[in-house]
Design a protein around this ligand. Structure first.
Ligand code: SF4
Ligand code: SF4
Length: 383
């Protein structure tokens, strides 16, 4: 066991019997070898640096790194004092068709990580329909039983759907926590700011994921970068993004999916004792978020109500790529996904303009018309 310096900010909540470090280590974007497996030498160095600096919260999932993440994290944690860290993992609800599936997966996860209990256990990426399926199959009751038996300490869910579904699930029971995507750009997306405020009003702690939006908030355009640099030339865009999330007191853990030792170092430096944003800094960052949202091509929330398209068009997927390219003014950012031959049939040219999807969209988007614009704009950018 290594000596651990208790220097990382911790936020207590009466809901939890532990106070994890504010910085949580998301083990979903670890460095890779050429064959796609986790680079364990580099990964171990990152995890060791985090642990030695007081990062106690480690988040994985059954499916991360094609199933390698849980056993890898377990191999790192096995020599550490069990009370010195918290481990979080997630039930892949999309692989659950029966109560037995959930029981098998749960037992498998305990064995893969090599622990007797999970400090935090989540139903992974749940929406209302999938949640009700878990309720009907008896999976939710089963997880509550596991909690009563001591194999789960805190029970929650992670979420990427629309706010209305978040509200339904959050109010369904007295959860120990919820995990939402939260950063200065996504305040109106998914659970968003309204979701944060609802959780706060209900006294349910929030674990924030994607605080830097998978790293994209480091890639602002030059003008926006300069605006941030004018505030403090020594601060990075990533540090501002993290501090914006840290300024929300009901965020008890900020999960960062780190990929390099430098990411770990920078995140520790920012969050070991996060400096509150000044009013000017907060206003500037939120104005940047607002300006980026103003570049969106349409208001698609990714709710998927328009799906499936009878002709195979991935409507929300196309809009997401388009909106991302517009927000970041970068074709490069979406190039690989947009040009991926395996998804050629899902692109806008497959749309026959049948109109089936139009009345299904709560945002009242003229989907076939916007798909045409997507194709034109991205083809022009491709050049
Ligand atoms: S209008 Fe286009 S996108 Fe919509 S359902 Fe028809 S083919 Fe699919
Ligand atoms: S186009 Fe409309 S219905 Fe389809 S995912 Fe976007 S918001 Fe939802």
């Amino acid at each position: 066991m290594w000596y651990k310096f208790p220097m990382m900010e911790q936020r207590k909540t009466a809901r939890w019997n532990v106070a994890p470090s504010l910085l949580g280590f998301g083990v979903m974007r670890m460095p890779l070898n050429e064959d796609g497996t986790i680079d364990r030498t580099e990964g171990d160095a990152m995890l060791r640096l985090a642990y030695q600096n007081g990062v106690t919260y480690y988040d994985t999932a059954y499916t991360y790194h094609h199933g390698e993440s849980e056993p890898y994290l377990g191999s790192f944690l096995k020599d550490l004092d069990r009370s010195s860290f918290q481990v979080a993992t997630k039930l892949p609800q999309w692989q659950v068709e029966s109560l037995d599936d959930a029981k098998r997966l749960f037992a498998d996860q305990l064995a893969r990580i090599g622990v007797e209990y999970f400090d935090f256990y989540l139903i992974h990426s749940i929406g209302k329909t999938a949640f009700l399926k878990m309720v009907d199959l008896g999976v939710l009751d089963y997880l509550i039983e596991e909690q009563q038996q001591g194999r789960i300490t805190h029970l929650g869910f992670s979420f990427h759907q629309i706010y209305e579904e978040f509200e339904y699930i959050l109010r369904y029971r007295d959860w120990d926590f919820c995990q939402i995507q939260y950063n200065f750009l996504d305040t109106e997306e998914q659970a968003g700011r309204a979701g944060y405020e609802l959780a706060t009003a209900l006294g349910i702690p929030v674990i924030a994921m994607e605080p830097i939006k998978g790293g994209s908030l480091m890639n602002l355009d030059e003008k926006m970068k300069q605006t941030m640099a004018d505030l403090d030339p020594s601060a990075t865009a990533a540090s501002y993004a993290l501090r914006w999330v840290a300024d929300h007191p009901n965020v008890k853990v900020i999960l960062s999916g780190m990929s390099t030792v430098d990411h770990v170092r920078e995140n520790i430096a920012t969050l070991k004792k996060p400096k509150p944003l000044s009013e000017k800094e907060r206003d500037t960052i939120e104005e940047i978020g607002e300006a980026m949202r103003g570049r969106l091509g349409n208001s698609c929330t990714g709710c998927t109500y328009c799906m499936p398209c009878p002709f195979g068009v991935d409507i929300p997927g196309n809009f997401a790529l388009w909106n991302k390219a517009r927000m970041f003014q970068s074709y490069q950012m979406i190039e690989r996904a947009w040009e991926d031959e395996r998804h050629a049939e899902k692109r806008p040219p497959s749309c026959t303009e049948c109109g089936v999807c139009i009345p299904l969209c709560p945002q009242m988007i003229d989907i076939p018309a916007d798909l045409k614009i997507v194709q034109q704009e991205l083809t022009a950018l491709k050049g």
